[in-house]
Design a protein around this ligand. Structure first.
Ligand SMILES: [Zn+2]
Length: 115
């Protein structure tokens, strides 16, 4: 086996490769360690908290309801309002209002789920 002889010859003259082979052999004899119990939970607890999605949606829903209320006020409270236009817009605004109101109710800002 020419390759084996070449390899042996190289190893005899090369300290780097001898060291490499020795380290690899030692590593292979080391037991594979299991992570300590509860490590994952501890690491996750230590991570910075993201803003809870629920709270983020609630903020958007409240912002949307304010926009709908402003739009309704702008349309219905104008002195020069056109009755046809109001009649046309009213169902859409009512629908938008019901949507944001039901979202806010579903998310119930008074119910605290966070510590
Ligand atoms: Zn070498």
């Amino acid at each position: 086996m020419i390759q084996c002889d070449d390899l042996r010859e190289h190893l005899e003259g090369c300290e780097d490769c001898r060291l490499h082979i020795t380290v690899e052999a030692r590593l292979r004899t080391q037991p594979i360690l299991e992570p300590p119990k509860g490590l994952v939970a501890r690491v996750l607890r230590g991570l910075p908290r993201a803003v809870p999605l629920r709270r983020e949606i609630l903020r958007l829903a409240v912002a949307a309801s304010i926009l709908v209320a402003l739009a309704a006020g702008g349309i219905f409270l104008r002195p020069d309002q056109n009755p046809d236009y109001v009649a046309e817009v009213k169902p859409h605004l009512t629908e938008a209002w019901q949507a944001v109101a039901s979202l806010v109710t579903t998310l119930n800002p008074l119910e605290r789920t966070e510590p």
